[in-house]
Every structure is written in structure tokens, then in C-alpha cells.
Design a protein around this ligand. Structure first.
Ligand code: XUL
Length: 430
């Protein structure tokens, strides 16, 4: 028996881009158990890189939904094998990468409520999804749908005032619109659309778990002031969308008790509560106990900067989400796509895959690198919308520019110019 037997606890789950992770926390908030499954390393059969598949167009990015389910099976089995005392788990909740969407096929809820404890989840949920590859936050293939949505509600600023953000390619409403336009049959056969967070909660709940206000704010569909779906936005994206999304709930809601599958297979107590899962950034704001005036920077697969806000003033750059801790308040977020994967790539290319070599190279030049600057965007960046590697000398001359055709063609003249100005490229300042 593990040494934590009899220790009451809560479980926290993280369904992020590259892994699924669990922590067990006791009443004094001590983390006494941690485990993770890394998609690329531990689930080789799905062939992901960084947890995703980047499609040939360079813009479409997806992850297999059954990979996420199987990762959960693996962790739970590891916990069981290590003697983890599931009977002491009072409640669980979790976080998911934001914006990604899961499409449950008609009949899925029936399967969820009648799972056999003798089989693993992924063995029973094979036929439950109308599409096997889910669009995730790294996707930037929905520019046409974004422009349609903005046009419907009176422009980018109007959409931002309504939903907290202008239309962004990765935001779920635009992804749903693309699915509806390109694969109307799959859309018609979908009984429920979840975010990655509410999908993960649904597995534990044994039924469709609602989307929470905070993660729901990353869809371009939720009216962030009154926390209801915007009929105008729903109508612009796809028909019958409201019934496929269900009603959104506050992020701290208890959505129900754990499903009998987990009670019977792993020994969870039947009264174990499932608290709504939310997006990874809102969860970080809550977990870091941010207060008004604090700013947090998170360096991960995506780099983000976020803060607690009382009064939202949505603009054309960045996002306002409903606050996960206090539903009367808000949070602001900036997201950068070229985060840790980009840093690791440069480390591998320039410093023999070693951070200590990388640090040595950094220390070999004076701080500030004599004014020489480099910007590295191997995938289409979100803030600002730009791609390519750009290096500038102290005199503001571009010394090296690696272009990324055909993706650069995707940039409109207006956004390219805005990006160039941010990079201080002399040729664009004229
Ligand atoms: C936030 C965003 C990313 C994902 C990554 O808007 O797109 O930070 O949440 O997990």
C-alpha cells in the first residue's frame, strides 16, 4: 500500500498540448503525488510532434482525441499499480489547453453513462467522436471564417466588445464554422461540442460536462458581460449550435459526482465531486492566486501573459476572458505561439541540444548583445501576426531574413505592415 493511504485529497488534471498530468493535493495543499503521460514519447502510435499534427498547408493543426483518452487510461492504471488510494479523493478538477474542440457523435452520451469497468476508456469510446482529429489552439486555418464572423456582428471591434476578442483563427466558434462548411455531415452527426477542458470533465462525469465561463470566453461566442451565448455569433458560425454547446456555467461549479465507472474500476468514493474544468490560462490565474495588480508570465508550449481585471476594455489585440475565480470580474491575456518549442529548436540548432551550452553561448557576449536583435517565428505568430526568422543589427539593418513561403502569402498587406513596424524593419518604416 502506498504511504499516502488514508490521506484525503483532491486531484488536479492538466490536459495540455504535450502531455496529460495529474497532481494529488492534501488538505494543507501539499502535492504528494504527481504523474504524467507525454504524447510524443509515451503514445508513439499517434505520431504527434509536440502533441499535435501540423497538416500540409502549415496552418491546420490537430490532435487525435483518442490519444487524450488513452493518456488518461495510462495515468489511471499507473496510479492503480502504484497503490494510489483513490478512496480518499474528495473532489477533482482540471485544466485543458484552450480553444481546442471535441465533437461527440450522436449516441456518445449513452455510451458515457454505461461504461463497463472491465475495459479501458479508449477501448469503449472509439466510435464516440464525429471527427477523430480535433482542431487545437495552434491552428490558424480559419481566416475566412473569422472575417465572416466579424462582418456579421459589425466589425472586429464590435465582436471584441461582445465576446472579449476580435475573431482569432484558433477561437472555437471559427473552428466550428470551418467544420460545418467543410464537413457538414460530421457536424450534423455531432450531438455535443466540448472544449478540451469540458471534454476531460465529461470523461470523469460520465456525461456531457458544461463549458465554463472562463474557457468559454475563448470561443468568440460568449457574451462576456452577461455570460450567455451570443445568438448573432452562434448564427454566423453554424446552425443548431446552441443545443450542441449546452448552457455555460461558472468556472467553480460542481458539475456532478464521479461516474460509476471510476468508482467500480479504481475505487473512487461515489460522492467524489467533479468541479468544472477550465482553460489552462484561467487555471493558472486561479492556481497562482493572482490578485488585482499582479501580472503573470507563463513560459510553456505557448507563452502567455495574464492579469486580473475588474473592468474589461476589449480592444483589437489580446483577449478578455471571464475571471475563473470571481464571475463578476475578468482576466486579460496575451498569447504567443512561438514559445518553448521554438526555444528548444534554436537550442538544438545552435547549442547541441544543451541548455548549458546555450547559457555559455549567451554569457560569451555582453548583456544586450550589443543591440543585435533576433525574432523567431517558425509558425504563424498570434501577437503579432507574423512568420519567419528576422535578425537586425544595432544599426537597424536586417542581417538575415528566412522567409516561410507560402505561409507569408496568408498575411494581408495591412497586417504585414503592422508586423514589420513592430520589428522595426527599415524597408517597412518608409
Ligand atoms: C491561449 C492559448 C494557449 C493555449 C495553450 O489563448 O491559445 O495559451 O491555451 O495551452
Amino acid at each position: 500500500m502506498a504511504d499516502h493511504a488514508g490521506r484525503r485529497c483532491c486531484l488536479g488534471w492538466d490536459f495540455s498540448t504535450q502531455q496529460v498530468k495529474v497532481v494529488a493535493v492534501d488538505a494543507e495543499l501539499n502535492v504528494f503525488y504527481e504523474d504524467s503521460v507525454h504524447f510524443d514519447r509515451d503514445l508513439l502510435e499517434f505520431g504527434t510532434q509536440g502533441g499535435v499534427h501540423v497538416h500540409e498547408d502549415g496552418l491546420t493543426v490537430t490532435s487525435p482525441v483518442l490519444m487524450w483518452v488513452q493518456a488518461l487510461d495510462i495515468i489511471l492504471e499507473k496510479m492503480k499499480a502504484s497503490g494510489f488510494d483513490f478512496s480518499q479523493v474528495l473532489a477533482l478538477s482540471g485544466a485543458g489547453q484552450q480553444h481546442g474542440s471535441v465533437y461527440w457523435k450522436a449516441g456518445a452520451s449513452q455510451v458515457l453513462t454505461s461504461l463497463s469497468p472491465d475495459l479501458l476508456l479508449h477501448e469503449q469510446l472509439q466510435a464516440c467522436f464525429s471527427i477523430s482529429d480535433c482542431p487545437v489552439w495552434m491552428d490558424s486555418s480559419t481566416t475566412a471564417q473569422c472575417r465572416q464572423l466579424e462582418a456579421t456582428v459589425g466589425g472586429a471591434q464590435a465582436l471584441s466588445c461582445l465576446t472579449g476578442s476580435r475573431a482569432y483563427e484558433r477561437f472555437t466558434g471559427n473552428q466550428i464554422a470551418k467544420l460545418y462548411q467543410q464537413n457538414p455531415e460530421a457536424y450534423a452527426h455531432t450531438e455535443r461540442i466540448s472544449l478540451v477542458s469540458s471534454f476531460a470533465a465529461s470523461l470523469f462525469l460520465g456525461s456531457h460536462s458544461p463549458i465554463d465561463y472562463s474557457d468559454g470566453s475563448g470561443m468568440n461566442l460568449l457574451r462576456i458581460q452577461d455570460k450567455v451565448w451570443s445568438q448573432a455569433c452562434l448564427g454566423a458560425c453554424a446552425p443548431h449550435l446552441e443545443e450542441k454547446l449546452g448552457l455555460p456555467v461558472p468556472s467553480c461549479s460542481v458539475v456532478g459526482a464521479i461516474s460509476s465507472y471510476f468508482v467500480q474500476r479504481y475505487g473512487f468514493p461515489p460522492a467524489c465531486k467533479v468541479v468544472a474544468f477550465t482553460g489552462d490560462n484561467p487555471a493558472s490565474l486561479a492556481g497562482m492566486r493572482l490578485e488585482e495588480g499582479d501580472i503573470a508570465v507563463s513560459l510553456g508550449t505557448s507563452d502567455t501573459l495574464f492579469l486580473w481585471l475588474q473592468e474589461p476594455r476589449p480592444t483589437l489585440e489580446g483577449h478578455i476572458f471571464c475571471n475563473p475565480v470571481d464571475p463578476q470580474h475578468y482576466m486579460a491575456l496575451l498569447c504567443f505561439k512561438n514559445g518553448s518549442l521554438m526555444r528548444e529548436k534554436i537550442r538544438d540548432e545552435m547549442a547541441s541540444s544543451s541548455w548549458s551550452e546555450f547559457s555559455k553561448a549567451l554569457q560569451s557576449t555582453e548583456m544586450g548583445n550589443s543591440g543585435n536583435l533576433g525574432f523567431y517565428f517558425d509558425v504563424m505568430e498570434i501577437t503579432p501576426e507574423i512568420i519567419g526568422r528576422h535578425r537586425f543589427s544595432a544599426e537597424n539593418h536586417e542581417c538575415l531574413r528566412q522567409r516561410f513561403w507560402p505561409l507569408e502569402e496568408h498575411l494581408t498587406t495591412e497586417t504585414s505592415c503592422r508586423c514589420w513596424q513592430m520589428c522595426l524593419a527599415p524597408q517597412c518604416m518608409s
